[in-house]
Design a protein around this ligand. Structure first.
Ligand SMILES: Cc1cc2nc3c(=O)[nH]c(=O)nc-3n(C[C@H](O)[C@H](O)[C@H](O)COP(=O)(O)OP(=O)(O)OC[C@H]3O[C@@H](n4cnc5c(N)ncnc54)[C@H](O)[C@@H]3O)c2cc1C
Length: 459
């Protein structure tokens, strides 16, 4: 059966290759070569095409054979080659997809419904650290791990906040775990100090009893100071956690991140440089922000729902500290003072479960998200652009009829304001100045105004 699916996949792949004009593809290859871009692969050159395309697609839902493939994968080595790749693609009317790490949950860096060129920046991953100026510059293709590595090997004193995963765990009934969660949401950004970060993740089941209706809660803590102080603070403000000295480690900042990540593929600071260390899965994610503590009864009901979702997990990311001191309009990311925490609903599953359960898993996740509606931010129900979610809406840039009927700026407001709040209009103005022809686009990209309507403001 599997072999048959693979054959069908190969035929679909071949057909989509066939449907793209070979003359234009050859023109693209000629234009790239004569512009000094040698590092690319197309349908018309065999070899590395599928390997280079798939190597960075983190969400396997978008690596399936029937997903539309790019006419070429280009790997520029410097900004001149990026410019040449964009020129060659747009002059032949190909849509462009840019890819850095390929972690987009909706595969937005690797797919398009029409013919497109994928420009992958993985070879532009240089990071330079200037300790005197307290700055680090990273090229567009550098991963978080590569940035962590560069900083960790330059200094024992400096760090850079970014993504992380779970560590110390507790498990019990939904009702007991809801009490822990309820305590955490009123503690984590009010009582704990600026230099103590504590987030958690809830999962169905427990390591000792998979069949019972239990919930496991994993706490990730990062404290900038000695272990004894971390223990004393936790005992004082969160005694329910029963944190023990054995569960804490005193390390450098980078080693601490590795412990928190808890992944066999990354054990040393050197391993942070491996951009392909994540295990790939089929995934779907959704996101909420919470401004007022969620009642205990609602948390309990949500955790009960989670016990019926074998592949789902819910991450609670505390906000506060320095994040609150940055004004909401200082950067596009607006979720600052007043935001208690973010909730990331997440489900992933392996290849062998995809055909039978994939759709069911995603439906379960959407049900949980619906259930949470009364307890999370409103008007708009806010979201986090890194957890990009096409359920919030999308624009089909190839549908010219639709684009004539609707004002793209107003259509995109549906998700643009969820991600960026009041910064959305400013982003539209910036987009209009920087990319008036909308060369860089995807189903949830910021649209430009039609050029005539642009007015400059003080921002
Ligand atoms: C396993 C996993 C763990 C994660 N953990 C976290 C976490 O802890 N915290 C968090 O905040 N997020 C997390 N995310 C989400 C992740 O941060 C976002 O998906 C982020 O956008 C990934 O960056 P990337 O460069 O890998 O994305 P890509 O998929 O390469 O790109 C994302 C989007 O940006 C565009 N783009 C890429 N490069 C450029 C460029 N140079 N110029 C213009 N546009 C560009 C792409 O076209 C695409 O639309 C996680 C994702 C995964 C898969």
């Amino acid at each position: 059966m599997e072999a048959r699916i693979n054959i069908i996949g190969a035929i679909v792949l071949f057909l989509s290759a066939f449907l793209v004009s070979s003359a234009t593809g050859e023109d693209l290859a000629f234009c790239l070569s004569s512009s000094g871009v040698k590092n690319f692969t197309t349908y018309y050159t065999t070899g590395d095409y599928l390997r280079l395309l798939n190597i960075s697609i983190m969400n396997l839902r978008y690596a399936k054979p029937f997903v539309n493939k790019p006419v070429a994968v280009v790997l520029p080595g410097n900004k001149e080659q990026v410019a040449a790749a964009i020129r060659c693609s747009t002059s032949a009317s190909w849509t462009i997809r840019l890819r850095s790490g390929g972690h987009s949950y909706e595969g937005l860096s690797s797919r398009d419904d029409g013919p497109f060129v994928l420009i992958d920046l993985m070879n532009m991953n240089r990071v330079s650290v200037d300790l005197d100026a307290e700055t680090a510059w990273a090229e567009g293709g550098a991963t978080l791990g590569e940035i962590y590595y560069a900083i960790a090997t330059s200094s024992k004193r400096y760090g850079f906040s970014g993504g992380m995963c779970a560590t110390v765990s507790r498990s019990g009934s939904p009702s007991d775990m809801a009490k822990l969660l309820h305590k955490w949401q009123t503690t984590a950004n009010n009582v704990l100090e600026d230099d103590y970060f504590l987030q958690l993740a809830a999962l169905p089941g427990s390591s000792s009893n998979q069949s019972a209706e239990l919930i496991s809660v994993f706490f990730s803590g990062l404290y900038l100071g000695p272990k004894a102080s971390a223990l004393a603070i936790t005992d004082r403000v969160f005694p329910e956690l029963n944190l023990t000295a054995q569960e804490c480690a005193e390390t450098t900042w980078a080693e601490g991140l590795i412990i928190i990540r808890g992944d066999n593929a990354v054990r040393t600071v050197e391993d942070l440089k491996n951009r392909f260390s994540y295990q790939k899965m089929f995934t779907k994610t959704k996101f909420d922000y919470v401004e007022t503590p969620i009642p205990l009864s609602a948390l309990e009901s949500a955790l009960k729902m989670l016990t019926r979702q074998p592949r789902a997990s819910v991450l609670f990311d505390v906000h506060g500290g320095a994040m609150y001191r940055i004004p909401s309009d200082a950067t596009p990311f607006p979720h600052r003072a007043g935001t208690l925490y973010g909730i990331e609903y997440f489900v992933d599953w392996p290849q062998e479960e995809d055909a039978d359960y994939g759709v069911r898993y995603m439906k379960g996740l959407r049900r949980l998200y619906e259930f949470m509606t009364p307890f999370v931010s409103k008007n708009p129900r806010r979201s986090y652009v890194n957890s990009v979610d096409l359920d919030l809406g999308a624009i089909d840039w190839t549908d010219e009829k639709q684009l004539c009927r609707f004002d793209a700026v107003e259509v995109a407001r549906a998700w643009g304001e969820k991600y960026f709040l009041g910064n959305y209009d400013r982003l539209v103005r910036a987009k209009t100045l920087i990319d008036p022809n909308n060369v860089f686009r995807h189903p949830q990209s910021i649209p430009p105004f039609p050029t005539k309507t642009l007015t400059r403001t003080g921002h």
